[in-house]
Ligand binder design. Structure first.
Ligand SMILES: [Mg+2]
Length: 267
């Protein structure tokens, strides 16, 4: 049976509620400095991204299924994608190369030039797909930027991420944009150091617990997870728990200003 790893990773908040009771959220422990700087993840936090990968994966499975491969297409593709992160990093170009490699492997080299050309064309379409902001993003970023220093912190392909930031119209609202190769604790530490921000003054917001929340908590910062409806298998693979790790979960981006203000209150 064909598995559809990306669609199957549809991410449901794991706390049993669809809304967050902000009054019950822990305030910043006494002695910690107030939050001055908000980091905003981009893909699937500010705008749609993963849905485009899911769409192309569906087309890819249809294309490769015609060759009657013996291995599961989606499972094989994800394994190639994960292996290739060390060579090509994150993003559409890496994904496109992984599709081509998977096509060659699953067809025993029989994939046609026309089909490889289709895969390359899909990659180009993804690179030029219009940016669709998620609900209430612009207004909420405007509000946040009136109180805090806001940084867009994303990872992946520099050309694509910069193009999306430019097209989003959000660059004019934020203090800076950082495109990282990896979102781990050392990368965040270097980014915060570059901006002169202490970790305990910093709060990161994103749809990936693995990339947006846990590394920042590791440094002593704050994290807010806003789950997206669809999450890449790679990002969904983590053991983070809001209760034990001490991060927060919101269902709506528009809740951020009020929620962060409450975090500050009882400092
Ligand atoms: Mg993201």
């Amino acid at each position: 049976m064909t598995q559809h790893l990306r669609p199957n990773t549809t991410y449901v908040p794991r706390h049993g509620t669809s809304t967050v009771n902000t009054t019950a959220s822990p305030a910043i422990p006494s002695g910690r400095r107030p939050i001055t700087t908000i980091g905003l993840d981009a893909d699937d936090t500010l705008w749609e991204s993963e849905v485009h990968f899911v769409d192309v994966e569906g087309r890819f499975r249809e294309l490769i299924a015609r060759y009657d491969p013996s291995d599961d297409i989606q499972t094989h593709l994800f394994a190639v994608e994960r292996h290739n992160l060390q060579f090509f990093g994150y993003g559409v170009k890496s994904f496109t190369l992984s599709m081509i490699e998977t096509a060659i492997q699953l067809t025993d080299g029989q994939v046609s030039g026309d089909d490889v050309a289709s895969i390359v064309r899909w990659g180009k379409e993804m690179m030029h797909h219009p940016v669709a902001l998620l609900p209430d993003v612009r207004q909420t970023v405007e509000t946040l930027a009136g109180t805090y220093r806001c940084l867009i912190i994303t990872k992946g392909d520099l050309l694509h991420q910069e193009a999306k930031v430019a097209q989003s119209g959000l660059a004019e609202l934020v203090h800076g944009v950082d495109v990282l190769t990896e979102k781990d604790a050392p990368s965040y530490a270097r980014t915060l150091d570059r901006h002169g921000v202490a970790p305990d003054e910093f709060l990161m917001v994103g749809n990936s617990v693995k990339s947006d929340v846990l590394p920042v908590l590791e440094l002593g910062g704050h994290g807010i997870h806003i789950p997206h409806g669809v999450t890449w298998e790679y990002e969904a693979d983590h053991n983070g728990n809001p209760d034990t790790h001490g991060y927060h979960v919101l269902t709506a981006f528009s809740d951020l200003p009020e929620f962060i203000a409450k975090l500050q209150v009882n400092d």
